[in-house]
Design a protein around this ligand. Structure first.
Ligand SMILES: Nc1ncnc2c1ncn2[C@@H]1O[C@H](COP(=O)(O)OP(=O)(O)OP(=O)(O)O)[C@@H](O)[C@H]1O
Ligand SMILES: [Mg+2]
Length: 257
């Protein structure tokens, strides 16, 4: 029961090579953080799991099933995603956006009519509370929320179907420090208590060190580190981020200085 990348490569139609020869496996129950500077290929890697990006080489499999256009409909309910750019429906309410996370499990005519079972509606409300949004936000349009509030709606939506695989693309990018910790703790619980495999890209090395069971790092689309957080010494951080100017501040951040 795991998520497997086997020799995955991704070349976009314009010729950009985003990933090269990526192989690793994330078992259920593991919180795996992906690090790497901007443009390293983190989002592309996550998108290869749910069909938003199609690998040009190699394959991705979920519980032994290769991700292909034919298997995607079956795999969708199993893979929840928190998007870097939220991907909310701006004119729809918070409640509608969250409950939309259950669409892969609801028949199309019922979904069009907005007929979601009571259990799903209750679940949406519970998740909205869990991510720290007050009840008063339920009926607000997503477009009227702050970036951090929208991000929390995206987190709640990803958990509607209790997916065994969770992709989180910079899930705390626009959140304040305490809410960031709360959201990462929630992701950690998904892994530890529900046994989900969580693959989460982050820019905050300190949070990665604190929450991850394992860290993989990309540089220019290649895997340059794969190990437990305590193996991520300063020299390796320099290797991942590569810029002499960034090094000092990142190293300080990593040691909590
Ligand atoms: N649709 C696309 N078409 C062409 N190139 C793309 C596309 N999406 C991403 N890229 C390129 O692929 C590379 C990896 O991008 P990706 O978005 O995966 O990086 P990232 O690590 O998520 O960066 P960030 O930290 O800024 O979110 C970059 O060079 C980017 O410009
Ligand atoms: Mg990205």
């Amino acid at each position: 029961m795991s998520l497997i990348f086997e020799k995955v490569g991704k070349r976009y139609p314009d010729g950009t090579i985003a990933l090269t020869d990526i192989s690793f496996e994330v078992p259920r129950g593991q919180f795996c953080v992906v690090l790497g500077r901007s443009g390293a290929g983190k989002s592309t890697l996550l998108k290869c799991v749910n069909g938003l990006a199609v690998p040009s080489e190699g394959r991705v499999s979920v519980d032994g099933v290769s991700v292909t256009p034919r298997t995607l409909a079956k795999l969708r309910p199993q893979v929840g995603m928190i998007h870097q750019s939220f991907n909310l429906v701006p004119r729809a309410s918070v409640a509608t956006n969250v409950i939309a996370g259950a669409l892969p499990a609801v028949s199309t005519p019922r979904a069009i009519l907005g007929l979601f079972p009571k259990a799903l509606r209750e679940k949406a409300c519970a998740l909205i509370a869990e991510v720290g949004l007050d009840e008063e936000h339920l009926t607000r349009r997503a477009a009227a929320l702050s970036g951090g509030q929208q991000q929390r709606v995206g987190v709640a939506r990803a958990f509607m179907l209790d997916p065994p695989y969770v992709l989180a693309d910079e899930p705390v990018a626009s959140l304040d420090p305490q809410t960031s910790i709360d959201i990462l703790a929630l992701l950690e619980r998904e892994a530890k208590e529900r046994g989900a495999a969580v693959l989460c890209s982050l820019h905050q090395i300190d949070l990665a060190m604190r929450f991850a069971d394992r860290i993989v790092a990309l540089r220019d689309g290649r895997l340059v580190f794969d190990g437990p957080p305590d193996a991520l010494a300063d020299g390796r951080i320099r290797h991942i981020y590569g810029s002499p100017r960034l090094e000092t501040s990142i190293s300080r951040q990593a040691v909590g200085a």
